[in-house]
Design a protein around this ligand. Structure first.
Ligand SMILES: Cc1cc2nc3c(=O)[nH]c(=O)nc-3n(C[C@H](O)[C@H](O)[C@H](O)COP(=O)(O)OP(=O)(O)OC[C@H]3O[C@@H](n4cnc5c(N)ncnc54)[C@H](O)[C@@H]3O)c2cc1C
Length: 334
């Protein structure tokens, strides 16, 4: 049974979902957000002491100022800011409710939801906005031993790894930041990357730091190398010099993440195989090939997860709200 009828259900309460909800609400529509985790669940799961790459004003949504004493805000400042925004706009956010799927059609969608105790319910909506991000599904290495409990695909903080042999896999920002943080807090760090050097997208203030630690031998690095297998006490690497087995206590495989393409396709949205699996959307409205279903945030760029950030995804809400206003005139809103 549907508990209530909304003009819009927003699936995913990340920065983009919040921006979309605010814009739709400002257009006079009745909106609810649903998230399988907490508010801004992806940001919550970033490294505990991370600093954003972006200055605060570029993370702002809903015309609310984000003031920070720091040139680049921290994760906890961002979480505080988005909590305040949600509070200010009195957003209706159903946290810890995972959307399993969607049925129905434009004007009469059913959103099938399961809460953290396994209880199922439905929400009814005229229109849907999907802003589910990309941070839930890691790109796996697909090597033997990856399922051992010592292998992590998310980095949180360094303390539990003091004095231990840690392998960091990857060559971009996340790998560089984790390797440096672990090393600075007493872990013995080895970095392995399939490319010939750290990736060119590593931020200009992080790159010399990691390069110098590698040059000084403080972090051991293997480039043009891959992980062949992982066992309880060691890992085997494939390097240009041949196979190398090194002692190991923990592995951080920080090789990126990808959107839940299956979830999007099950709604009937077509992914373009010739364009990085970008969902088919009208670029002016972000309505997909399924009438009434809009896509927003990082998922609009498909596999190219480095194209849309908070900085630019936050403007998707305005495009969608304009189209929604035209299609659900204020007098007809729920
Ligand atoms: C370490 C790190 C640092 C970054 N730094 C920056 C930066 O400095 N500046 C910047 O602009 N960007 C940065 N990014 C990228 C940025 O965080 C993402 O682009 C941004 O979070 C995307 O926003 P979103 O709202 O589209 O998705 P998300 O923030 O990922 O939100 C998606 C939400 O959908 C929810 N969800 C997913 N599936 C379901 C489901 N089935 N049912 C219900 N809910 C669901 C998730 O729980 C999540 O809360 C960084 C990313 C990382 C990993």
């Amino acid at each position: 049974m549907a508990e209530s009828v909304f003009d819009v259900v927003v699936i995913g309460a990340g920065p983009t979902g919040l921006a979309c909800a605010i814009d739709a609400q400002n257009a006079g529509l009745r909106v609810v957000l649903v998230d399988k985790g907490c508010l801004c669940n992806s940001l919550f799961h970033y490294p505990a002491h991370m600093t954003f790459f972006t200055t605060p004003e570029l993370l702002e949504i809903g015309n609310m100022p984000f003031s920070s004493p720091n040139q680049k805000p921290t994760r906890s400042e961002a979480l505080e800011y988005y909590r305040k925004v949600a509070e200010h706009y009195r957003l209706d956010v159903r946290q810890y409710h995972r959307v399993d799927g969607v049925s129905g059609s434009d004007g009469d969608f059913r959103v099938h939801v399961t809460d953290r105790f396994g209880r199922k319910s439905d929400l009814s909506a005229r229109k849907l906005i999907v802003s589910t991000g990309y941070y839930d599904l890691p790109n796996y290495l697909d090597v033997p031993g990856e399922d051992l409990s010592k292998v992590h695909h998310y980095y949180n903080e360094p303390h539990p790894f003091f004095g231990l042999e840690v392998l960091v896999v990857g060559g971009k920002n996340s790998a560089a930041i984790a390797a440096l943080d672990l090393w600075r807090h007493g872990a013995k760090v080895t970095l392995v990357h399939r490319g010939p050097q750290m990736h060119r997208h590593v931020k200009y203030w992080i790159l010399p730091d990691i390069q110098n630690r590698i040059k000084n031998g403080e972090i051991r690095a293997h480039f043009n190398s891959t992980v062949q297998s992982i066992r309880e006490d060691e890992v085997t690497l494939q390097t240009p010099e041949g196979t190398l087995t090194v002692p190991n206590d923990f592995v951080f495989a920080l090789t990126g993440y990808h959107p839940d393409f299956g979830f999007i396709e099950r709604m009937g949205v077509t992914l373009d195989p010739d364009n990085g699996r970008c969902p088919m959307v009208n670029p002016e409205t972000l309505e997909s090939n399924v009438r009434g279903i809009y896509l927003a945030g990082v998922i609009v760029a498909g596999e190219r997860t480095n194209e849309i950030f908070i900085e630019n995804g936050r403007f998707h809400g305005a495009l969608i709200a304009r189209d929604l206003s035209a299609k659900i005139p204020a007098g007809m809103a729920a």
